[in-house]
Design a protein around this ligand. Structure first.
Ligand code: 6PG
Length: 473
């Protein structure tokens, strides 16, 4: 029997959809799931694609059924399961074969897994996949980390199944070892920031403008035709229009306001801190999700202090709606600038040579943060591969205009007591970077006062201490 071009382990939602996508693109695929009924059901419902699918009851059979060197995609829960499945799978593979971990793995785990491989072991690729079930089935965005040699073996298959933008595949090699999973982590951090900023604007429209879900949906629908055009804006309008069959109310109105998080956004914030590159939008978004889930504490605070927006009103006139659109755009530019700055720093730290323009381009379609805006980011990085997005000529112009709306909205929201942590972080980040003389001189003085840490002067070279002695008297 003709062998498969590739294997896949883990037929959960992502794995099953990606396997069907691969088969549909004309590749033969061997599949395995440790739960036999899952494998049976997958194969039974594969329809005409069955002809290119080889269901395997064991890992050993899976390995036997793939053309060497064998690429095998793991689509299983990130963390310990990857280590245990890898250990089992390795027994049936040899040098040259490629294990591709495609879950949301921590890039540090990916580096560790690579480091523990022996000379005759298969190679290991860490690949971030974005786009959810729909993306996996019809075209995801894929961020690959691994050797050139391993990538060359899987590149044609990945390019065939990836989403396309202007007929370019949204899949690329990011660099060696952990580069792919790192880029996916930053993608998710940006996803968190983007979603939080959208939610804050929704909060203003709901609580200060007192608009109904369907009215807010219409605003997002309109914005989706302009500079904010993106998947996240599109689905925001969709969810706001949906009606709950049980109550007849808009679905968002019956959803508990406690956001879940699986960890990738938090990792992005932690990595940015480790690198010393501020990603305040991502941090604010992670913290906001955490506050949202502290329901009991929030109820106690609301009782103790009263709810902030009672009695306040924002008139949802065209000028305000335009300012909200500008605010969202400016905050989004800041969040993306931060995410790309984190990747630039990580690239230097790990000598990855992350292709920033390519990253923007493979995020233009397929992934959760896909948007036309990423096309412009790709363009900016192709002109200046190492620069800051906020200093790219096209973005200076955009930011100059849109930051006025952001400042106005943040100021008014704070006056009314509406929480806008991510939007506020964006305008403060922007202002802090624009300030030629900040207030950190005082921090330096304090540090020197209590710890003799020393400071630099603005008018002389060298290290200095203040006239305050050792600070003990
Ligand atoms: C994607 C998403 C996906 C992620 C979900 C949920 O790119 O397809 O980032 O990988 O798992 O968005 O993440 P949270 O549960 O942390 O919100």
């Amino acid at each position: 029997m003709q062998r498969a071009d590739i294997g896949l382990i883990g037929l959960g939602v992502m794995g099953a959809n990606l396997a069907l996508n691969i088969a549909e693109k004309g590749y033969r695929i061997a599949v395995y799931d440790r739960e036999a009924p899952v494998l049976e059901k997958f194969y039974a419902t594969a329809g005409a694609l069955q002809a290119r699918i080889i269901p395997c009851e064991t890992m050993e059979k899976l390995a036997e059924n793939i053309t060497k060197p064998r690429p095998i995609i793991l689509l299983i829960k990130a963390g310990a399961p990857v280590d245990s499945e890898m250990a089992k799978l390795k027994a049936f593979l040899e040098k040259g074969d490629i294990i591709i971990d495609s879950g949301n793995s921590d890039y540090r785990d990916t580096m560790r897994r690579l480091n523990t491989l022996n000379e005759n072991d298969p190679t290991f690729v860490g690949m971030g996949i974005s786009g959810g079930a729909e993306g996996a089935r019809n075209g995801p965005s894929m961020m690959v980390g691994g050797t050139q040699e391993a990538y060359a073996r899987i590149e044609p298959i990945l390019n065939a199944v990836a989403a396309r933008y202007n007929d370019e595949p949204c899949s690329a090699l990011m660099g060696p070892d952990g580069a792919g999973h790192f880029v996916k982590t930053v993608h998710n951090g940006i996803e968190y920031a983007d979603m939080q900023m959208i939610a804050e604007i929704y909060g203003i429209l709901r609580d200060a403008c007192h608009l109904e879900a369907k009215e807010i949906a219409a605003i997002f629908e309109r914005w989706n035709k302009g500079a904010l055009n993106s998947y996240l804006i599109e689905i925001t309008a969709e969810v706001l229009k949906a009606i709950d069959p049980a109550t007849g109310k808009p679905v968002p109105d019956v959803i508990l306001d406690a956001a879940g998080q699986k960890g990738t956004g938090r990792w992005a914030a932690i990595e940015s801190q480790i690198l010393g590159v501020p990603a305040t939008g991502i941090e604010a978004a992670v913290a906001a999700r955490s506050i949202s889930s502290l329901i009991i504490e929030r109820e106690k605070m609301a009782t103790a202090y009263g709810e902030p927006v009672a009695g306040s009103t924002f008139k949802a006139d065209p000028a305000l709606i335009d300012a909200l659109e500008e605010a969202l755009l400016a905050a989004k530019i800041v969040a993306y600038a931060q995410g790309f700055a984190v990747m630039a720093a990580a690239s230097q730290e790990h000598q990855w040579s992350l292709p920033l323009a390519t990253i923007a381009r493979i995020w233009r379609a397929g992934c959760i943060i896909r948007s036309q805006f990423l096309d412009e980011i790709g363009e900016a990085f192709s002109q200046d591969a190492t620069g800051s997005l906020l200093l790219a000529p096209a973005f200076i112009e955009k930011m100059d205009a849109a930051s006025q709306g952001l400042r106005k909205i943040v100021a008014q929201a704070i006056t009314m007591g509406i929480p806008v942590p991510a939007l506020a972080s964006a305008i403060s980040y922007f202002d802090a970077f624009r300030q030629k003389r900040g207030s950190a001189n005082l921090i330096q003085a304090q540090r020197d006062f209590f710890g003799a840490h020393g400071f630099k002067r603005i008018d002389q070279q060298g290290d200095f201490h203040g006239p305050w002695g050792d600070g003990l008297d």
